[in-house]
Design a protein around this ligand. Structure first.
Ligand code: ATP
Length: 464
């Protein structure tokens, strides 16, 4: 059996276990859009919370914002998106496929040769990635409005509101999570690059001249975040943008890249955006966006901005790929997978393997699954009672169907870190068994200590 992680396996598990479905699947699907199922929305919410806590709760000088997706169209002129937010596009005259010119091997592009069929390519033209729509009752172009292609601009246009209402002093940051839309030419690799996605962005406003110091600081902070998230750090690396790669606003930029099944790809950007954005908004809006530095004789200046820009949905894909594992566990009688002895040899050899998601317990869609060994003799009632108690503190699942080993495997597949099994001994002495996802170790614990034990295990979690 080939146990390597492939995108096909991730897509298949994501669908089978309710993480991610194709949008409008019954109509043949909508390219560039995906729906998050019961497990997916739990995972997405938890990644978001993890990031939000990291940014706002653990950094005293960062506050939150939720700005509207629809913004004044002048915002996108000021930001440079109307002019510059383009991809170079080429079409193949023969097979009619469309490509991003910067993703075609150089020698093929120079020869104008299609990378798929060898046919002739058109000249490269600029293609703006912003989705346009219309606001108001008439559709004559006067109501042109864009779906935001990044959340950052909502932060910039609110920077003065926040500085004043919350009496923020430099340096300070504003964090925001929300949808962004880009008319991406190539949307492949599942949820990696989509037309509708979510971003988790934090913009940190600093005094000019201190920007490089804070840029270094935020690179360190973001690296440490992924350590906390419990992902394999040898799958992460830095990529510094060369002069040709730098965006129009950037003074310096690094990406954190992850080694996805399809190769090393950008996960998050840490950018020194200089005073570009606020200067432009000051110019285009005619409003004074200078900061008044009361600690420095009321000096006035436009702050520099250090940005950390992560894709929430892309991070979810990374977490799924990173957590995914197929392990040979042998026919595990102790776990009772092959109970009953009625299965075929083929079924038994399937049972020798398990698919498991090694999520950080704080990210797992279900934290604790409660499983009565049998439905009868009052075990189901006792298990339900224990679940009721646990669900005040944890996200729980209850499963009483089938062999216990099968139930463990089902929980492994959605990454449930703790299974609590209730058996006959539980009725007698009030203990239950905690079965750990990663080690498959089983430990008996008094019911009264169960919640505290799980809480302590979550806190102490380290990726094996
Ligand atoms: P690329 O060059 O790959 O198109 P980018 O450099 O323009 O991406 P940014 O504008 O820096 O990307 O966006 C910040 C983050 O938002 C990215 O690191 C990524 O995690 C996420 N992101 C950007 N575009 C998409 C998309 N189309 N689908 C999903 N996530 C995206």
């Amino acid at each position: 059996m080939d146990s390597s992680v492939t995108m096909e396996k991730i897509v298949s598990l994501a669908k089978r276990r309710g993480f991610v479905f194709q949008s409008s699947e019954i109509y043949g699907g909508q390219a560039g859009a995906w729906d998050y199922g019961p497990a997916g929305i739990e995972l997405k919410n938890r990644i978001q919370r993890f990031w939000w806590k990291e940014m706002t709760q653990l950094h005293d000088d960062i506050v939150g914002l939720d700005a509207a997706i629809l913004m004044h169209p002048r915002v996108w002129e000021a930001s440079g998106h109307v002019e510059n937010f383009t991809d170079p596009l080429v079409d193949c005259k023969k097979c009619k496929q469309r490509f991003r010119a910067d993703m075609i091997p150089e020698e093929k592009l120079a020869k104008k040769e299609c990378p798929e069929c060898g046919g002739e390519l058109t000249d490269t033209r600029k293609f703006n990635l912003m989705f346009k729509t219309n606001i108001g009752p008439v559709d004559d172009g006067t109501g042109l409005i864009y779906l935001r292609p990044e959340t950052a601009q909502g932060i910039y246009v609110n920077y003065k509101n926040i500085a004043q209402s919350n009496r923020m002093k430099l340096p300070f940051g504003i964090a925001q999570v929300g949808k962004a839309f880009r008319n991406e030419i190539v949307t492949k690799n599942f949820i990696f690059r989509t037309c509708e996605f979510e971003q988790m962005e934090m913009q940190y406003f600093v005094k000019p001249g201190e920007d490089e110091k804070w840029f270094d600081y935020w690179r360190e902070q973001r690296w440490a975040y992924y350590q906390k998230l419990g992902v394999r750090m040898d799958k992460l690396r830095w990529h510094r943008h060369g002069p040709g790669e730098l965006a129009h606003y950037a003074k310096d930029a690094y990406d954190i890249e992850y080694e996805f099944p399809m190769g090393w790809k950008e996960l998050e950007g840490v950018h020194n955006r200089s005073d570009y954005d606020l200067s432009r908004h000051q110019q285009f809006s005619g409003k004074d966006l200078q900061y008044i530095d009361q600690d420095n004789g009321n000096a006035r200046y436009i702050p520099y901005i250090i940005e950390t820009s992560a894709g929430l949905t892309r991070q979810l894909l990374m977490v799924l790929c990173d957590a995914y594992d197929e392990e040979y566990v042998g026919t595990d009688k102790a776990e009772g997978v092959s109970e009953g002895n009625s299965e075929s040899n083929a079924q038994r050899s399937m049972d020798d393997w398990r698919t498991v998601l090694h999520f950080h317990p704080e990210l797992a869609p279900v934290t604790v699954a409660v499983l009565p060994l049998m439905k009868k003799d009052g075990l189901a009632e006792l298990a339900q009672d224990i679940r009721k108690e646990l669900k005040e503190d944890f996200s729980t699942d209850y499963d009483q169907g089938g062999a216990i080993g099968r139930r463990y495997r089902r929980q492994d597949e959605i990454g449930t870190p703790f299974c609590v099994t209730i058996d006959y001994q539980s009725k007698e002495d009030g203990t239950v068994t905690v079965r750990y996802r990663d080690s498959m170790e089983q430990v008996r614990v008094p019911r009264a200590e169960l919640a505290a034990r799980i809480r302590a295990d979550i806190k102490a979690y380290k990726r094996a």
